[in-house]
Unconditional design. Sequence first.
Length: 317
Amino acid sequence: MKKEVFDFYSPTALKSYNLDKTMQYQLNILGSLDIFTRKHCENVANITCRLCERLHCTSGFTEYCIICAYLHDIGKQFIPPEILQKPGKLTDEEYEIMKTHTTIGYKICMDDPKLRPYSAGPLYHHEALNGSGYPKGLTKKDIPYEGQIIRVADEYDAIVSKRQYKSHVGISDTLKIIIENTKPFEQVPASSALQELSLNAKLGKDNPVIVKALIGVVIEDIQYEIYCVHKYVKSLEDNIKRLKTVEKYDKKRNQSKSKRKKEYYLSGMEECLLDNEGETIENYLDVLQEYQEARRAKKAQIEHLYHEISVIKKLKI
């Protein structure tokens, strides 16, 4: 039985931009990253592209943001693997080392003339509007728009994706977490290290306009996923109908007393079976059961996805 293939990020507009030469170069740079970080960078670039379109950015700025997003975690190649791939929570000391991937990535870009124009991606993607981010603790007025966009794309993929050190979090739950990051602190901490946050107490970490665009992107992607699953269900139903015909012929074959009729129905069965799928006279009922179970599972998935959309549409920023 053929497996359903679905790429959650496929309805992107990456191909609509002339990124070939630049992308080819910086994608080679990504080759030095571990597989999880590399995939994450690719996902963040795709989400960034979609966000820029939703935010009505120019094609030139969108192209620029996409490349910044591809490179945003490039500094992680110099973070020790035992920290980068640690399955549990980082210690305070380890977290401080992890945070240096922003400045390391910035230096990598600044040292390479081809990457220098895109150094904002690594440097600003962990800065927060209220000044609680890193590496510089900048506030909204000093954080470039591309940094604000990539931050939201980065947060979304980091939370929703399956990573080696944490479990998968549902889409609507992920959005709830990010929406919380648009809200200001209820109380400004009194510690001297965070006193400066009082100046930005009305701001959250994330730009709510960008988060609203993210919600639109996510709904669009879920609708696309529903469309893909519907197509897969249609394919399953076609196969179920075909194998039901085989089953009907098989019953008639078993009921026939004439050798000629038995051979006739056997021939009909063989014509309906797909050799390239490994279907045989002996196993077609097992294959039919697999198709029926897959159809039930996919219909349940469609119901779940529709429910996710209804939950997401009720979220308020």
